[in-house]
Design a binder for this molecule. Sequence first.
Ligand SMILES: [Zn+2]
Length: 172
Amino acid sequence: MAISQIWAPWRMEYILGQKHGGCVFCDMAKAPPGEFRERLVLIAQPHAYVCLNRYPFAASHLLVIPRRHVADIASLTDDELSEVAHLVRDSSARLRQAISAEGFNIGFNIGAAAGAGIAEHLHSHIVPRWVGDTNFMPTLADTRVMPEYLDDSWKRLYPYFSDLPGEQGPQP
Ligand SMILES: [Zn+2]
């Protein structure tokens, strides 16, 4: 499978994000904890937050997103960069515990040229991987099962993020 095909679902997110009007990641950053479950936010810290990707390439595909609307990692302050990096580290460690992830693809697509779906608001992907999961994406591309599946994932991961500083939504 070509890389461009693997990353195609981000086009869908991009389209839906545009329909929404503003910036979906800014909307999530402003959401109160009472909305964290429906928005799939697992933990929110002063400068960044972690949520499940609504269009995952694998089970429990997470995003780490700075609260501030910046497009480029070069625009982050030291405090923001530090919090994003810590959340990437802490989230990957929790995915190893929660879903026995064996490896990860972690990184930023910066700019439309690099394939970013929502290019205007920086975000890091954390895609858990397992040995032999070469067909990891297509099974999750069925939108009919997605909402329930995502809520299950959120509930499953919730307790693993409870020890981190920051705000969580109400206990499921
Ligand atoms: Zn934004």
